[in-house]
Design a protein around this ligand. Structure first.
Ligand SMILES: [Zn+2]
Length: 177
């Protein structure tokens, strides 16, 4: 078991004596009680990270959902099966990203970044033909912004780390109060 003291945004406390403990220890260093459950305090940074992650993933999914529905109805660009597969895969990717899996997060970052940049290019090329190009550009810029936020935002990083610790703890049969 490795100790991980570098992580600050979430703090763990012994439910017996209230002493701050490391999440990876099994015995409280103060009162010696077995830590099968620990008390958790979410810091403001962490809550910010959770909200930000939710906003990014949910609004991105809504855009993809809308685009796929439009793709089925309007010019018959996509078949129902194609749209269904896209949506299921995206939902799975975003769920794993939310749960703090690093690979899923990086796929999401690349996916949003590439889709955003492609969208900007497409929007600019359609600019003279339709006003709709402006909406594409705005959404695409937001996508690139989301991608950057997932890379840069400290609260998002904290939340990912917290999700990883949560998973680790459930593997070690520890739980939260
Ligand atoms: Zn204690």
């Amino acid at each position: 078991m490795n100790t991980q003291n570098t992580f600050e945004p979430v703090e763990f406390f012994c439910p017996n004596c209230g002493e701050k403990v490391n999440y990876s220890v099994t015995l409280c260093p103060i009162c010696n009680s077995v830590l099968s459950r620990v008390e958790v305090k979410l810091t403001r940074e962490l809550i910010k990270g959770r909200n930000l992650t939710r906003i990014i993933l949910i609004s991105s999914f809504c855009v993809i959902l809308t685009a796929n529905i439009l793709g089925i109805i309007v010019p018959n660009l996509r078949t129902l099966t194609q749209a269904f597969i896209t949506l299921v895969l995206t939902a799975l990717l975003f769920i794993f990203c939310y749960k703090g899996f690093a690979i899923a997060k990086w796929i999401t970052i690349i996916f949003l970044g590439v889709t955003g940049l492609t969208g900007i290019k497409l929007g600019i090329s359609l600019m003279s033909e339709t006003w709709f190009a402006l909406i594409i550009i705005v959404l695409a810029v937001i996508y690139v912004g989301f991608s950057m936020l997932l890379i840069k935002s400290k609260p998002v990083k904290y939340f990912q780390e917290y999700q990883r610790i949560k998973r680790k703890m459930s593997k070690e049969n520890k739980s939260y109060l």
